[in-house]
Design a protein around this ligand. Structure first.
Ligand SMILES: Nc1ncnc2c1ncn2[C@@H]1O[C@H](COP(=O)(O)OP(=O)(O)OP(=O)(O)O)[C@@H](O)[C@H]1O
Length: 580
């Protein structure tokens, strides 16, 4: 049963997780976890082997092969997804190795196809083909352009080679600064080459022409096994940027087609040896990573992408560039080319090594996922609108901050002005109070002097005016709430007002005492006058007898003839003196 008929027997919906049970034994099981992209469900790398036809001698029967197995002499049977005999056409190879991945890329997945094998075994032939027998690259180009809708998809291409661990832009070979072609991670998890030329193409022919121009710039040399041996790894990347017409969201899927340099034994030529060392080093790095991913996949239920094991992708430019594909988020198909017609021990050993590499690759679990949707025009507009909102609010906040600072400054200035005004008024009040005290003392002296009877009414009116004035001042001072509200901080004004109120109260009491004292003194004065009148024969007034020398509440008089002439006879009621 060939691979295609075997595939048709697979359930249409693969089980969530079908693991390969084989270890890295030579007869590794080729059964797969399903090889359709199913959005994160683990599957396996597709691994195929292609035998190079014998070009000049009869085909070797030492490596019997079926559709999925190949037996290495003295080693054993290897099983893969596909084993293509020497008679397989490039179209057959494309149909089984690449077509499904190409279709998946058109649907939005990332896909990688690479050719691996010893030098001269047919990697470039399989990838490029010939005009009469086109290989994977031209067939993939034709397939892509036949499937995509140009209303929603744009296609662009980059083409590079890695030669002696340096990246060269095959679409811009004259670039003067090859070191500027640095590998870097992109936000959507891919690894891209900075400054690499990426050319938009409108037809499959344009794409093929570009590849042809790039191939002309590839580094090739004659080697023991291949007169035009590729001395570099070539990576062609086809980017499909699909735009959703409704949401304007875009997603870019990438098809990477890699024609690796061939592994080989040390050459006699120094330059070839140096190239060979670089080639072997990067292939060794690739082999190591495949081995790690293979054992990680075998020992856990997760895909390579979910493995926590350190994978040394940065050990070479090749593995770094293929990091995204190897780490399990892309569909991967490996085509291993072998030449079983060369009976030399070295060639046989190389072929067995290639098969071992292929067996390990077959064990690597992957979990392909669709390319992440990147910013759409609508999303960009929304983000831009939010950014503008944020900026506007920031500007408003700044204005409010300035206004608040201004308000505070004004409030403090107002408070300072009010305090000053209050202090001024208080000082005036104190002056008035002092003047009142003086006035009251003066009146007291006059009354005590006994000559003020005639001015009694005038004095009383004057005192009343003083009282009214004091009350008016009190009212004014009792109006702190009418002052503007103050910003936070110690409220000195209120404290001062409280103190002033206490002072006013004291002044009121003081004036009340004075009032009582004056009234009493007036009565004394009246009695004295009557006494004098009696002596003179003048009768006493009835009303006046009711008020005979009765002290007012709360005050004690100290009327002493000796002190009557003294100005300060007012006694504070809190300091009582016994009347003589
Ligand atoms: N399947 C095939 N059918 C016909 N000719 C083939 C096939 N495979 C390889 N060849 C021929 O073998 C020669 C070497 O092949 P190719 O250049 O593809 O090898 P390679 O693996 O790319 O070598 P290198 O790694 O040295 O570049 C070429 O002349 C090519 O045409």
């Amino acid at each position: 049963m060939d691979y295609r008929s075997r595939r048709s027997m697979l359930p249409s919906t693969p089980p969530a997780h079908r693991r390969v049970s084989s270890t890295l034994s030579i007869a590794s099981t080729s059964s797969s976890r399903g090889d359709t992209p199913d959005g994160g469900v683990p599957t396996n790398i597709t691994v195929s082997v292609r035998l190079k036809p014998a070009l000049s001698q009869p085909p070797s029967s030492a490596w019997p092969a079926t559709g999925t197995t190949i037996t290495a002499p003295e080693v054993g049977v290897f099983s893969f997804d596909n084993v293509f005999g020497p008679g397989a056409s490039s179209r057959d190879v494309y149909g089984s190795v690449a077509k499904r991945i190409v279709n998946s890329v058109v649907e939005g997945y990332h896909g990688t196809i690479f050719a691996y094998g010893m030098t001269g075994t047919g990697k470039t032939y399989s990838m490029q083909g010939t005009p009469v027998a086109p290989g994977i690259i031209p067939l993939a180009a034709a397939d892509i352009f036949a499937q995509v809708s140009f209303a929603t998809t744009t296609i662009s291409v980059s083409y590079l080679e890695i030669y002696n661990e340096r990246v060269k832009d095959l679409l811009n070979p004259t670039t003067t600064e090859p070191d500027s072609l640095k590998l870097q991670d992109t936000p959507d998890g891919l690894v891209r080459v900075r400054n690499l030329r990426c050319v938009r193409v409108a037809t499959a022919q344009e794409l093929k022409d570009l590849v042809g121009r790039g191939d002309a710039c590839r580094r090739t040399e004659g080697t023991e096994y291949n007169s035009v041996s590729s001395r570099s790894h070539a990576v062609l990347q086809i980017f499909l940027e699909k735009c959703d017409p409704l949401s304007r969201a875009t997603a870019t899927s990438v098809l990477s087609l890699c024609d690796l340099a061939g592994s080989e034994r040390a050459a006699a030529d120094t330059e070839r040896r140096k190239e060979g060392a670089y080639i072997n080093r990067s292939l060794l790095a690739l082999g190591t990573i495949i081995a790690r991913l293979s054992s990680a996949s075998a020992s856990s239920s997760s895909s390579a992408a979910d493995s926590h094991e350190h994978i040394p992708y940065r050990d070479s430019k090749l593995t770094r560039l293929l990091q995204h594909s190897l780490s399990g988020r892309a569909l991967v198909s490996v085509l291993c080319t072998i030449d079983t017609n060369n009976p030399s021990r070295q060639a046989v050993a190389e072929t067995v090594n290639t098969l071992r590499f292929a067996a390990r690759a077959k064990n690597v679990a992957i979990a392909p996922a669709r390319a992440t949707t990147t910013t759409s025009a609508a999303a960009t507009a929304a983000v831009e609108s939010l950014r503008l909102d944020l900026e506007r609010e920031r500007a408003e906040t700044e204005v409010l901050k300035v206004e608040l600072a201004e308000f505070r400054r004004e409030a403090y200035e107002t408070r300072a002005r009010d305090e000053e005004k209050y202090d001024r008024e208080k000082r005036e009040l104190e002056l008035q109070r002092d003047a009142l005290k003086d006035r009251v003392s003066h009146l007291t002296r006059l009354i005590l002097g006994g000559g003020a009877i005639s001015s009694d009414k005038r004095d009383r009116a004057e005192l009343d005016r003083y009282k009214a004035r004091v009350e008016e001042l009190e009212r004014k001072l009792a109006e702190p709430s009418s002052m503007p509200s103050l910003p936070p901080g110690p409220d000195l004004v209120l404290e001062k007002l409280k103190a002033a109120e206490a002072e006013i109260r004291e002044l009121k009491e003081y004036l009340a005492d004075k009032d009582r004292m004056i009234t009493t003194l007036k009565r004394v004065s009246t009695l004295t006058t009557r006494k004098t009148g009696l002596k003179d024969g003048t009768p006493p007034q009835a009303a006046d007898t009711e008020h005979a020398l009765r002290p007012l509440d709360g005050s004690v008089m100290n009327i002493n003839a000796d002190t009557a002439g003294e100005p300060d006879v007012l006694v504070n009621p809190k300091v009582r003196r016994s009347a003589k």
